[in-house]
Structure formats: structure tokens, C-alpha cells
Design a protein around this ligand. Structure first.
Ligand code: ATP
Ligand code: MG
Length: 587
């Protein structure tokens, strides 16, 4: 491709509202262009990279035995009503009405469509298992579209669905997809981790997210440097009591003596103390001179309309998702200050589990199980209780894992200290079980003539998000440094002086010869200064730069590998070999 004819404008300045490096670079390198908030055009250079990425995904899906198809983006509302998601999915679902007044959704995902299709196409056990996939545009009216195509409202997803006769079949298919995802991300030269993820109210027996490690990532991953435990913090289990108790002692800097002292206060009565204006754990801890771990925080939530209370240690954070799953709720939200006053008759900042005008279900975190004596809110302005005891002053019989894991926590598998890192979720594999087959009546007749529900799995990769994630890991201060497999072109051929005939002749010769060998060349034949061309080449980031300059007459050109900066002068006649070696096309 001659650059002079390409629809490509590079930007020197960093666009004002772009925070993520990948977002900045995709705009500056002319890969994408915004049309509306969270809605982007892929420009000619961008689509080349995206298509290559799709190619890798397609190859690995096909290799894993999945069959490609293409489903409509427009989905009738009735299907979503049948699955129960028309109401549950909420404002993220893009809804529209046709001229006849029929309601539709623009698909954010395709469980409904594929399950209803399989329900009518598959009747016998002989037709199972089946795994299908598509690479298609999805629509989600995200609350906060941001970081360019990392979180957009229209994006390209590979979504796959497996249908099996039994759980073992699902397990096999899940493993095949899990392995394929590893291969895809390895081929994209990414540093990533597959982590255990929250499976929500669906329950299900397994789900993993594939996280590309990057500071800009919106997810936090807890992982063990010792064993292979890794989980999204939404899901990460807090270590059991024994490990937690050891952790507590370290965290609070408490010695055994102090613990013994704490034991001696066990028999004291719960006593109200004045804590004027002390609302946060830090304030109460400082004012009363007690460790945050001896304070119990009461958190009021509304779960599917019902008010529940959670109790966690002052130095811990409630994990709302754990509480939501424990309750089997669809939606959970924190009660706001007005709610605490009106519905609980308490005072924000001084909420406690004892002495409320009415009893609400209370769920206590397991790390409080052995607490000797606690400070809790007294449900009135400027007051807390000292020496509150579980079982005596606070109704608590059962304990649950309700908190976020945090630095200092031990691994739930091997007790080594957990580490934390940020990740971009690029893929998600999920054992759905029979959730959708039940609702959409996807059954088959088994060997014994009995009707059975199909067992489903679903498997998503955000292809456009993945492209941005690749740039997050493959760039430097000068621009993108594409891995060969997704680079829009293999070679950026820079002719420094567009008017020099010798340079034109050598560039043209190279351009033709390389392309004949299947090497993709972007030929910068523009009438621009050399400095502009070098800057653009660095920004666009093709793996190899070939510069045709002063020594063109001697048939010598300069070759640079973008990633390493390694440079060599190479004779034109030896160039093909050199290029093939670098980009690994063989031949
Ligand atoms: P997130 O937590 O980031 O919103 P999700 O859990 O909603 O993701 P899934 O429903 O599992 O995502 O979708 C499958 C894949 O689609 C995700 O792993 C991600 O790579 C991609 N994806 C989801 N939402 C977006 C978006 N708004 N923009 C780009 N890609 C997305
Ligand atoms: Mg989402």
C-alpha cells in the first residue's frame, strides 16, 4: 500500500480525553475514529489489525471444533422476555421498536438467539454435542464507556456456545475452549492470567476470566506466587479462620499479650460511649484507641428489595458480590444515608447490629467468628458500644465469607501471601448449565427416548478490546510496537526523499519483490520531511522499518526492528531473507 494514497492521518498531540495509552495511540495512529461516545469507526489501518486478530481467533475456534455462524444483531423482545432478561438486563440493553411497534433489542450477547435456534434444530442425542461461534458486533449501553475500544458501546465480540448431553461433555468442551483461549492469547504475545471469576446468581460450576495484565485494567486480580491460585477479587476467597487469625495478629501488630488482655475483657458488659462526630473506622479507632480489627462495621444493603445487614471487621471491606450470591439475589445495592435513617431508624456513621427498632437479617463475616469483644455503632448520633459480643449482644449463629481479600491475606489454597495486580478482562468462559435451555425449552431425546435439557457453556472474547489490550502491552513512549501476527503491515518502507529517482527505483523494486513473497508493505512515498516519516513509523509501529536513503545508489538500505531498535545496513539483494527471518513467514 502506498501511504500517499491511504486514508490515514496521524496526530502529533495526545487527544485530551484519552487516558489509556492504547486509546491515545489508536487515535494518534489513525486506527480508529470516534463517532459518538463509545462508538468508533475502524479506519483502514485499524481494520487490518482487527481482521488479523479475528483470523487468529477464528483459526483457534475452528481447530477446537467450533463451527462458525453469524446471528442477527436485531433480536425480538419476546426471546428476552422468555429468558427473563428483558427486565433484568436493565439500561445496558439497547432497545428499539420497528414500524409495526414490535420491540427489539440490539444483541449485547446471544444466549437467547442461539438457544432458541438449537431448540428447534436439535431433537436427538445423536446431534449433540455442538459448539458454534460467531464474530459479530455487540451493543451495550455502558454506563461509562471509556478507554476507547476497551469499553465501548458497540464492539466486536467472538461469542461461542456449546451444547452437550451431560456435565462431562460440558466439562470437556469448557476445557477445549479454555485451552483455545490460552493459545490465542499466547499467539498475541500477551502476558495474561486465567482467573477464577464470579458466576453470579446463575451459580454454575465454573467460570474463568482471561485477564491481560495492565495497570489501566478495571479488574483486580488476587494471585498466589506459590501455587496456581488466581481469582478476580470479586470472587477471591478469604482464607479460612486459622489462616485469617494468624493474618489478623500480623495486621494489627498485636502481640500474644495484647490478645490475652483482649480475652480478659470478654465478660464486660456492652457499654455505650460517646464518639462525637466519629463516623469512620479510622476516626473511631483513633478516638477510642482500639485497633480497626476490633471494630465491627455494619453495612446495610437492599437485595432484591429486601433490607439485609452485613457485619465485617473494621479493617475489611464487604464484598457485595459475595453477599449477593449468598442471598441468591439478582440485584444488590448499598442503602444510602436517607435509607439508613428512614428504613432502619438509625444514624449514618453510627449504624450497628444491636438495638434496631426492627430485626433485619444479619450476615456476619467469618473473620469475626473468634472476636472477643467488639466496638459497634449504637444507632444514635455520636455513640458507639464497647465490649459487644457475638451471640450475646449481636445475634450471630452462622458465619460466611463476605469480605474482599486484601494485601496481607493468605492464599486460600496454600496460605502463602496473596499478591494483587490489575487486569483487562479480554475473555470469559462460563459453564451455564441449563439456565437458558430450561427457559427456552432446548431439549433433546436421549437414547432411552426421554426428553432431556441441553447442558450449555458460553465463551466470549472481546476482539476489539483485545486489540487495545495488545497495544497496552506492546508500546513505548514513541508509539505502538505491534507483534508481527496482528501488525497492520509487516514492513514500513520509508523512502526518505520522494523526488530522488534512485531511491524511487530501489523502493519500488523492494515493494514489488516483498509483496510477491507475501510480505505486507506500507510504502511511505509521501512528500514529507524525513523526520516526519521516522516519527510516523515509530508511532504506527510496524515490526520492521526499511529506510531507503542516501546509500540507495549502492543498493544498501537500513533495516530497523521496531521493538528492539536493532538496526542493520543490508544489501537490497539480501533483504528478503532478512525480512522473512524477522517476521517468520518462512520460505
Ligand atoms: P466487563 O466486566 O468488562 O463489563 P462483561 O463481564 O460484561 O465485561 P462478558 O459479558 O463476559 O463481559 O462479555 C465477553 C467479553 O466481551 C468480555 O470478556 C470482554 O472482553 C468483552 N466486552 C464486554 N463488554 C465490552 C465493552 N463494553 N467493550 C468492549 N468489549 C467488551
Ligand atoms: Mg459488562
Amino acid at each position: 500500500m502506498r501511504q500517499s494514497t491511504m486514508l490515514l492521518n496521524t496526530l502529533r498531540d495526545v487527544p485530551a480525553d484519552a487516558e489509556a495509552a492504547s486509546h491515545q495511540l489508536m487515535l494518534r495512529a489513525g486506527l480508529i475514529k470516534p463517532l459518538a461516545s463509545g462508538v468508533y469507526t475502524f479506519l483502514p489501518l485499524g481494520i487490518r489489525a482487527l481482521r488479523k486478530l479475528e483470523g487468529i481467533v477464528r483459526e483457534e475456534m475452528n481447530r477446537a471444533g467450533a463451527q462458525e455462524m453469524l446471528m442477527p444483531a436485531m433480536q425480538p423482545a419476546e426471546l428476552w422476555e422468555q429468558s427473563g432478561r428483558w427486565d433484568v438486563y436493565g439500561p445496558e440493553l439497547m432497545r428499539l421498536t420497528d414500524r409495526g411497534g414490535r420491540a427489539f433489542a440490539l444483541g449485547p450477547t446471544h444466549e437467547e438467539v442461539i438457544t432458541s435456534l438449537l431448540a428447534s434444530e436439535v431433537t436427538s442425542y445423536k446431534q449433540l454435542p455442538v459448539t458454534v461461534y460467531q464474530i459479530q458486533t455487540k451493543y451495550r449501553d455502558e454506563r461509562r464507556p471509556r478507554f476507547g475500544v476497551l469499553r465501548s458501546r458497540e464492539f466486536v465480540m467472538k461469542d461461542g456456545y456449546s451444547f452437550d448431553r451431560d456435565q462431562e461433555g460440558l466439562d470437556r468442551n469448557y476445557q477445549a475452549m479454555y485451552n483455545a483461549y490460552h493459545t490465542i492469547l499466547n499467539r498475541c504475545a500477551l502476558n495474561f492470567r486465567a482467573v477464577e471469576a464470579d458466576s453470579g446468581a446463575i451459580g454454575g460450576t465454573g467460570t474463568h476470566e482471561f485477564m491481560v495484565l495492565a495497570d489501566i485494567g478495571e479488574d483486580t486480580i488476587a494471585y498466589c506466587p506459590q501455587c496456581d491460585y488466581a481469582a478476580n477479587v470479586e470472587k477471591a476467597e478469604a482464607a479460612g479462620n486459622r489462616a485469617a487469625a494468624q493474618g489478623d495478629a500480623q495486621l494489627n501488630g498485636m502481640t500474644a499479650d495484647v490478645r490475652a488482655d483482649a480475652d480478659s475483657v470478654v465478660n464486660l458488659d456492652m457499654t455505650m460511649v460517646s464518639t462525637p462526630g466519629m463516623k469512620t473506622v479510622e476516626e473511631v479507632s483513633r478516638y477510642l484507641e482500639v485497633a480497626p480489627s476490633q471494630i465491627a462495621k455494619t453495612i446495610a444493603c437492599r437485595a432484591d428489595g429486601q433490607i439485609v445487614l452485613a457485619l465485617v471487621r473494621g479493617d475489611h471491606q464487604l464484598n457485595e458480590i459475595k453477599l449477593k450470591n449468598l442471598l441468591g439475589a439478582e440485584v444488590i445495592e448499598l442503602l444510602d444515608e436517607a435509607g439508613v435513617r428512614q428504613e432502619l431508624g438509625s444514624v449514618p456513621g453510627f449504624l450497628g447490629p444491636s438495638g434496631l427498632k426492627q430485626t433485619f437479617p444479619l450476615f456476619v463475616d467469618q473473620s469475626l467468628r473468634n472476636a472477643a469483644s467488639l466496638v459497634i455503632g449504637a444507632n444514635q448520633e455520636d455513640a458507639h458500644y464497647l465490649h459487644a459480643r457475638l451471640g450475646r449482644d449481636i445475634a450471630a449463629e452462622e458465619f460466611y465469607d463476605l469480605r474482599m481479600v486484601q494485601p496481607g491475606d493468605g492464599c486460600p489454597r496454600c496460605a502463602e501471601a496473596l499478591q494483587f495486580t490489575k487486569g483487562i478482562e479480554v475473555g470469559h468462559v462460563f459453564k451455564l448449565g441449563t439456565k437458558y435451555s430450561e427457559q427456552l425449552n432446548a431439549t433433546y431425546v436421549d437414547e432411552n427416548g426421554r426428553e432431556q435439557l441441553m447442558i450449555m457453556g458460553c465463551y466470549g472474547i472481546g476482539v476489539s478490546r483485545l486489540l487495545a489490550a495488545i497495544i497496552e502491552q506492546h508500546h513505548d513512549e514513541r508509539g505502538i510496537a505491534w507483534p508481527v501476527v496482528v501488525a497492520p503491515f509487516h514492513v514500513h518502507l520509508l523512502q526518505l526523499n520522494a523526488k530522488d529517482e534512485q531511491q524511487s527505483a530501489v523502493a519500488e523494486e523492494l515493494y514489488t519483490a516483498l509483496m510477491k513473497k507475501g510480505v505486507e508493505v506500507l510504502w511511505d512515498d509521501r512528500k514529507e520531511r524525513a523526520g516526519v516519516k521516522f516519527n510516523d513509523a515509530d508511532l504506527l509501529g510496524m515490526p520492521i522499518r526499511i529506510t531507503v536513503g542516501k546509500r540507495a545508489g549502492e543498493r544498501v538500505v537500513e533495516c530497523t526492528i521496531r521493538k528492539s531498535g536493532e538496526t542493520a545496513e543490508v544489501l537490497v539483494d539480501q533483504l528478503e531473507n532478512w525480512v522473512q527471518k524477522v517476521i517468520g513467514l518462512g520460505g
